[in-house]
Design a binder for this molecule. Structure first.
Ligand SMILES: *[C@@H]1O[C@H](CO)[C@@H](O)[C@H](O)[C@H]1NC(C)=O
Ligand SMILES: *[C@@H]1O[C@H](CO)[C@@H](O)[C@H](O)[C@H]1NC(C)=O
Ligand SMILES: *[C@@H]1O[C@H](CO)[C@@H](O)[C@H](O)[C@H]1NC(C)=O
Length: 344
């Protein structure tokens, strides 16, 4: 825990002073705000009562050997997008003390492993999307206005509307909720209906973020929940999840129309795995069916493994996805670079 905090302080100071000097000129957008589940959690769960934590080795083995709470061996999708935008990595909200929060104006990470879009999706203590948005509201209302560069209403408005909001959440709404035989709440809905319900809920929560001043969004939902290592691949499960992936693009285009002056990127992790599955060698993977961690020991050839643990992917896999998403063709539409440059 101590080393985790110390690392962040170090990282923050190094990058922060750099960005203060250039006054944001080096980054494409002022900040990246991150919401979601373990796909992008940067350590919020370290501070919660849950077994869904990634703060022990071998997690973080390729993140300076720092098990900071990322559910992978290295950087997450959010980290890689931040770097491409020219921003420092976003610290976890719960890892920054109350009195320091106003100093962080290049973005904060609210994501929390084992949580979902729905309030009742959880495994142990975690930050539901509602809770994450509540914390973000506090950032906007209580913290940011204290910063010397964001004191006026116009400065704050500019900061919020030019920044990017990355939301990566939804797999747990299937894995821990809809597909969980012990939870009956949504069993009366067929997969199409559940996907519609989930995306409608997501949209109403994003509206809250929009109403606070956000305009530029990147939204990703489910991955191939049926394809965790050793399950490789349960197509019955994938077919139940697929409607959520299929409907995402239409839903974000609908939001873009509804929320005037907004721009949305749809990020499709479900389709990404199809692409890898069809030709793993092309992407440098020798092994896309087994976890890299076996009996607590990480594999040596982590760049050739798609899966890192029982369900999360390696940095090597995330890296390909982030490259495609930032300036590639199909995984994200439109790409994040266009979003960053858009003059809304
Ligand atoms: C989730 O919880 C929040 C806060 O407790 C509440 O405002 C919201 O209505 C809840 N949403 C649903 C779908 O139950
Ligand atoms: C796939 O998942 C379904 C639903 O949980 C289950 O009934 C089925 O047995 C699984 N199939 C295989 C091959 O594991
Ligand atoms: C995949 O990786 C696992 C774990 O490192 C290993 O046991 C297995 O032999 C590998 N399979 C192939 C085909 O390389």
């Amino acid at each position: 825990m101590k080393s985790f905090k110390a690392f962040w302080v170090f990282f923050y100071i190094v990058h922060h002073s750099f960005f203060l000097k250039v006054d944001g000129a080096e980054s494409l957008v002022p900040a990246l705000y991150v919401f979601g589940d373990s796909s992008v959690d940067a350590g919020n769960n370290n501070n919660l009562h849950t077994h869904a934590k990634a703060n022990v080795p071998p997690y973080g083995i390729d993140f300076n050997n720092n098990a900071a709470g990322r559910f992978t061996n290295g950087k997450t999708f959010a980290d890689l997008i931040a770097i491409k935008l020219g921003l420092p990595l976003q610290p976890p909200y719960l890892g920054i003390s109350d009195s320091k929060r106003y100093q962080v104006i290049t973005g904060i990470n609210y994501a929390s492993g084992a949580c979902g879009i729905l309030n009742d999706t959880r495994d142990g203590e975690c930050l539901s999307l509602d809770k994450q948005i509540e914390y973000f509201t506090s950032t906007v209302v209580n913290d940011l206005p204290k910063h010397k560069h964001l004191k006026s209403k116009d400065e704050l408005k500019h900061h919020l509307s030019k920044s990017i909001y990355l939301i990566s959440i939804g797999s747990n709404d299937y894995f821990l909720n809809y597909l969980n035989p012990q939870i009956r709440s949504y069993k009366n809905m067929n997969p199409e209906e559940f996907a519609d319900y989930l995306l409608e809920q997501l949209s109403s929560k994003i509206k809250t973020i929009y109403n606070l001043g956000a305009r530029k969004f990147v939204v990703g939902t489910v991955n191939q929940v049926g394809c965790s290592p050793n399950l490789y691949c349960n197509e019955t499960i994938n077919q139940m999840v697929k409607p959520c992936s299929d409907k995402l693009l239409m839903k974000v285009q609908e939001m873009e129309k509804q929320f005037s002056g907004s721009m949305f990127v749809s990020s499709n992790g479900f389709n990404f795995f199809n692409k890898i599955k069809n030709d793993p060698k092309k992407y440098g993977f020798a092994n896309i069916s087994k976890s890299c961690i076996q009996e607590g020991i990480p594999c040596a050839n982590r760049k050739e493994h798609y899966f890192w643990d029982f369900g999360h992917i390696t940095e090597a896999a995330v890296d390909i996805y982030a490259n495609e998403c930032f300036s590639g063709s199909k995984m994200c539409f439109p790409d994040v670079k266009k979003l960053a440059h858009a003059d809304l």
